[in-house]
Design a protein around this ligand. Structure first.
Ligand code: ADP
Ligand code: ZN
Length: 228
């Protein structure tokens, strides 16, 4: 499948994306993960992105588009992709539309993950992340704590609270989401692409998205049949 996951910070984009990759071989592309790994490695991109990320602000559109142009052309995208955390602004969405048209890639649909704001706040402040950039397993101190001593159950590295997950940064990220990213819901609704899906229990969310994917496949078959 070729989809975009929209949703506020803490809506579960990462978790849902990871589960969906097990479904049909589509890969997860998280701009947040790409940026965090660049910061850790100290690359040029990382150096440019760090100050925005630490304060919970968005990295400039031009940087993000540079990364995504390249990323979408890598061979592992051929079986499908799940965009997690991108696009984040109307400008990115418009640029993505042009890029996909140029690369002759058709998007299936856009999922808007819906979660009430009190649940979002609770999720973000209790979230912890594995520090290992090739793992990045997500934990929750309340209902899914890491192993003893704050270690990752999967890889054994430290599990930490991200710098952008302090109370202040969280409130900034939500403000920025409402200002800059929430308008994408209307954008994709106008494009006729939007599926609103509640994101309270991950397996249920995933099942709902799979259903959308099946429906699109059937629709495409019908359209192809009519053409022949
Ligand atoms: P979240 O947990 O808020 O979904 P991500 O892990 O997706 O956060 O991203 C972390 C940070 O990386 C963001 O706060 C932002 O600074 C930057 N970032 C990620 N994706 C984008 C994007 N598409 N455009 C601009 N900045 C981005
Ligand atoms: Zn880990």
């Amino acid at each position: 499948m070729r989809i975009i996951l929209l949703g506020s910070p803490g809506a579960g984009k990462g978790t849902v994306a990871k589960l969906l990759t097990e479904y049909d071989g589509s890969i997860q592309i998280s701009t947040g993960d790409i940026l965090r790994s660049a910061v850790k490695k100290g690359t040029d991109l990382g150096k440019k992105a760090k100050k925005y990320m630490d304060s919970g602000d968005l990295v400039p559109d031009s940087l993000i588009m540079e990364i995504m142009e390249v990323r979408l052309q890598e061979t592992d995208c051929r079986n499908g992709f799940i965009l997690d955390g991108f696009p984040r602004t109307i400008h990115q969405a418009q640029e993505l539309k042009k890029t996909l048209a140029r690369l002759n890639i058709e998007l299936d649909f856009v999922v808007n993950l819906e979660v009430p704001s009190n649940i979002i706040l609770d999720r973000l402040s209790t979230r912890r992340t594995c520090i290992n950039s090739s793992c990045q397993e997500i934990y929750n101190v309340k209902n899914n704590p890491p192993a003893q001593g704050g270690k990752c159950k999967k890889c054994g590295h430290d599990v930490i609270q991200r710098e952008d997950e302090t109370a202040e940064a969280i409130s900034d990220r939500i403000k920025i989401y409402n200002q800059k990213t929430a308008p994408l819901i209307g954008f994709y609704e106008n494009e006729g692409f939007l599926e609103n899906v509640p994101s309270l229990i991950a397996p249920e969310t995933v099942a709902e998205i799979k259903k959308c994917a099946e429906n699109i496949k059937i629709k495409k078959r019908v359209v192809a049949g009519k053409k022949n």
